[in-house]
Design a binder for this molecule. Structure first.
Ligand SMILES: Cc1ncc(COP(=O)(O)O)c(C=O)c1O
Length: 318
């Protein structure tokens, strides 16, 4: 694949954390959280794996960088910006927003990293997968490689499939669980493993199963996987006090999660255990997909306090 000192810096290290909690003891469940830590926090979790084969395509096709899409608080945009800056590549993004608010910490980070940002109103943004629209943008940005929202393409799923999430330090997992938004992470998990895979939908998107299916390899089509849509709540990025306090409780267990992706997923897992939908004596592997930068955006919008920002992101002892 790619060898350079910068890529060594980005490449994540896998770390397993076993969560201890009375509910898990009661149901005799082993819950392992898989972390992917890197020296560049914006690309930790699922981010570098989704980007690595896109970066390879940039190099093979002699492109000058990456053009992508995302919301105004997108972890993916930060990851692309950080990765491109480190590798000396150009980056550009179409942001789902009427105007670019440069006081928004996510966009400010992207801009400082040299990313060229363009606002795209919601209606136009919906065309992001439309081939004609993509063609038009490609004409405009001839030297940039187009990466879909969330990095969810065959290349993105291939990167994720390099991660062994099934072999926990105490044996094989019965179920691998991950947050699911644009689908590339779950598709990569399914392509890699033979055990059951469960995606917790964090967006209201009825096309999600189809998006995942499109990224599956032919031999994965018959595998045992599922997307649970019962925990989206009021929608993408929305959370209530109960979920926030669950994230605080996780921080007390030295597990730092935000309420949009991994926190929402873990809360769903706890709920499925409590309701008996996850069988007793199961060993679970939950992918911590990163995204802690998003906490700054929640604080910026007044959705969490400064002390929650510090507690959940782990910048003070939980
Ligand atoms: C932190 C985090 N976790 C999980 C996901 C969901 O992954 P996917 O979009 O591949 O379904 C995302 C979005 O890309 C994310 O930013």
């Amino acid at each position: 694949m790619l060898y350079s000192p910068e890529i060594q810096l980005i490449s994540p290290k896998q770390r397993w954390q076993r969560l201890s909690h009375p509910l898990l003891v009661q149901h005799r469940i082993q819950l392992w959280v898989c972390h992917l830590d890197t020296l560049v926090p914006e690309v930790s979790g699922n981010k570098w794996l989704k980007l690595k084969y896109h970066v390879q395509q940039v190099m093979q096709q002699n492109c000058s960088g990456i053009l992508t899409f995302g919301g105004a608080f997108s972890n993916h945009l930060c990851a692309v910006a950080a990765c491109c800056r480190l590798l000396g590549l150009q980056s550009a993004a179409y942001v789902r927003a009427d105007d670019l608010d440069m006081a928004n910490p996510t966009l400010a980070f992207c801009q400082q990293a040299g990313m060229q940002l363009y606002a795209l109103d919601r209606t136009s943004y919906r065309q992001r997968d439309n081939p004609d629209f993509i063609q038009q943008l490609q004409e405009k940005h001839k030297t940039l490689l187009m990466v879909p929202e969330g990095g969810s393409s065959d290349a993105g799923a291939s990167g994720i499939a390099e991660l062994n999430l099934a072999t926990t330090p105490e044996g094989d997992a019965d179920i691998i669980i991950c947050p699911t938004a644009s689908g590339g992470t779950l598709a990569g998990v399914i392509n890699r493993h033979d055990c059951a895979a469960l995606g917790i939908a964090v967006v209201k998107d009825t096309s999600l199963p189809q998006r995942v299916s499109q990224l599956l390899t032919p031999e994965s089509r018959t595998k045992h996987w599922q997307i649970n849509t019962n925990f989206v709540g009021k929608g993408y990025g929305k959370f209530d006090e109960a979920l926030l306090s669950f994230c605080r409780e996780m921080a007390q267990h030295q597990l730092h999660v935000e309420p949009i992706y991994t926190g929402k997923t873990l809360a769903a897992v706890f709920s499925l255990i409590a309701s008996g939908d996850i069988p007793e004596n199961s060993r679970l592997s939950v992918f911590h997909t990163g995204g802690l930068q998003g906490l700054k955006g929640l604080h910026y919008r007044g959705l969490i306090t400064v002390s929650d920002l510090a507690l959940l992101s782990g910048s003070v002892a939980g």
